[in-house]
Design a protein around this ligand. Structure first.
Ligand code: HEC
Length: 172
């Protein structure tokens, strides 16, 4: 091959790479991540994606008693009973279905304040599995709980910390 042909071949390769790159960007623009959607939309998307179905099944047979044991690791930073006030994190009494970042007098990060929505079962599940992945920039420096059954038990326990606990999903 002479120099001219080599250049031509390289040109075609570069051109193809650029084209694929552009395709990738365009594709990304037309499929915005869930995080960009409204939290309501995201919650619906999660449900339709079946993510919540697995959670619902686990919640239907969850053990709040076991959840109380799991919650011990939260109590380093959180009070769980009514009127106990904030520690390193806000009081978690009544957290299920509470609007995100809504405890008066707690200095939330801008990241958590911007999250919006309520602490539904599904929102809690995602948060507890990896808070810093769920809300980058959060001050909750907790690694997360990877075991989904432990999370469901914990959520069932958190749900008891209320005068009117939200009904847990029923077994199908
Ligand atoms: C190392 C301390 C620490 C631990 C451990 C911890 N948290 Fe937190 N948590 C925080 C802090 C700090 C915030 C506030 C985060 C922010 O403003 O970004 C927070 C916020 C939260 C919120 C949001 C509350 C609201 O009012 O919006 C929930 C829910 C929560 N934590 C649940 C838990 C659960 C459940 C556990 C145990 C599995 C846990 N946390 C363990 C420090 C902690």
């Amino acid at each position: 091959m002479n120099e001219y042909k080599v250049n031509k071949v390289l040109g075609v390769i570069l051109g193809t790479a650029l084209f694929l790159q552009v395709l990738h960007i365009v594709d990304g623009a037309f499929h915005p991540k869930e995080a960009n959607a409204s939290s309501e939309g995201a919650a619906k998307a999660e449900q339709s994606a079946g993510g919540s179905q697995a959670l619902n099944t686990l919640l239907a047979s969850a053990s709040a008693e076991h959840g109380a044991q799991v919650a011990k690791q939260c109590q380093i930073c959180h009070n769980l009973q009514e009127g106990q006030g904030n520690k390193i994190g806000p009081d978690l009494y009544g957290v299920v279905d509470r609007p995100v970042a809504s405890v008066a007098g707690f200095n939330y990060t801008p990241a958590l304040k911007a999250k919006g929505g309520k602490w539904t079962f599904a929102a809690l599940d995602k948060w507890i599995s990896d808070p810093r992945a769920d809300v980058p920039g959060t001050a909750m420096t907790f690694a997360g709980i990877s075991n989904e059954k432990q999370r469901a038990d914990l959520i069932a326990y958190l749900d008891t910390l209320s005068k009117s606990p939200a009904p847990l999903p029923k077994a199908k």
